[in-house]
Design a protein around this ligand. Structure first.
Ligand SMILES: Cc1ncc(COP(=O)(O)O)c(C=O)c1O
Length: 294
């Protein structure tokens, strides 16, 4: 079956889906995106993703052009048109095509694209082994509002992940401009200490992850404490467990970190810990309830 793309209000075959070379997303990275996971034909936490995108649109000045568009319906229609049950949905919105600079004219016609592609989860063994990550040489800027939006200018994450991949690692770990741990290349990070969670605060220059939010709610329901603050890479050796979160991988144990000096620091036993496992199970239960499969 041919892949179907949602483009500016229409569902079209993949090879007919074309965007202008004068699109501000292409020329300036002036746009936003969301990546969501569908389970059994239902997009998990779709409304939260739309809310985050609209909040980001407000921050970067794209919101006016989005008022008449039903973003959620476009995502559901694209999933259905592709006949998929388990999928990765990507919603991309840019400032649209214009001959003018984005700072001299405010385009009122955004470009909107939704893709839905089959998603095969990582194998269970990967969750048993956990991710090994590497501290990246590029950093997040905690002062910058850009760190808090999921923009189509994904260069910091791309460079960080390329560097991690060169070392054969699974994900990058980004520090902020003050040298504290911010987040993964495309994920948020949690640590476990004395049976409670510790995670970089939103002021660390991170994307406010939807999965991060759900993990914090889940922890509260299980009476697991959560402390948000500055996390120093010097403390890596003191944590009992660690894990990464995003909408696709859910919770992934993080068992080792290649630090800035190139040394591999193992998180305690180097194996997924008990609190991580409890939260992984609780998250999956939440998915099952929300997607009507429990
Ligand atoms: C930079 C960054 N941080 C964190 C996340 C996790 O966000 P979410 O849990 O909403 O998928 C992502 C998602 O791709 C990301 O790109």
């Amino acid at each position: 079956m041919e892949e179907i793309i949602y483009l500016n209000g229409s569902l079209v075959p993949r090879f007919e889906a074309r965007v202008s070379v004068f699109d501000h997303g292409f020329l300036y990275g002036y746009g936003l995106f969301e990546t969501m996971r569908a389970y059994h034909g239902k997009i998990f936490l779709l409304e939260r993703h739309i809310t985050r995108l609209l909040g980001s649109a407000e921050i970067i000045g794209l919101s006016v052009s989005l008022t008449d568009i039903d973003l959620g319906q476009a995502c559901r229609d694209t999933l259905k048109a592709n006949g998929l049950e388990d999928a990765r949905i990507r919603l991309t919105i840019t400032n649209g095509e214009s001959d003018a600079f984005p700072w001299s004219s405010f385009s009122s016609k955004p470009t909107m694209v939704v893709t839905a592609r089959p998603y095969t989860p990582l194998p269970a063994e990967k969750y048993e082994q956990g991710f090994k990550v590497g501290v990246a040489s590029v950093r997040r800027c905690r002062q910058s509002s850009i760190s808090r939006v999921k923009s189509t200018n994904y260069l910091v994450s791309v460079l960080a992940r390329r560097e991690a991949a060169e070392y054969g690692l699974d994900e990058a770990l980004l520090l902020n401009d003050d040298g504290y741990i911010a987040e993964g290349g495309g994920s948020n990070v949690f640590f476990v200490k004395a049976s409670g969670l510790v995670t970089p605060s939103l002021e660390s220059g991170i994307l406010p992850g939807i999965t991060r939010e759900v993990v914090m709610e889940t922890a509260a329901s299980l009476d697991i404490s959560v402390e948000e603050g500055d996390v120093s890479p010097d403390d890596l050796g003191q944590f009992d467990e660690a894990f990464l979160t995003n909408s696709m991988i859910e919770l992934m144990p993080m068992v080792a970190v290649r630090d800035e000096a190139g040394q591999m620091v193992t998180i305690r036993s180097g194996r997924p810990g008990q609190i991580t496992r409890r939260l992984m199970a609780a998250y999956r239960e939440r998915v099952a309830v929300d997607t009507g499969t429990s």
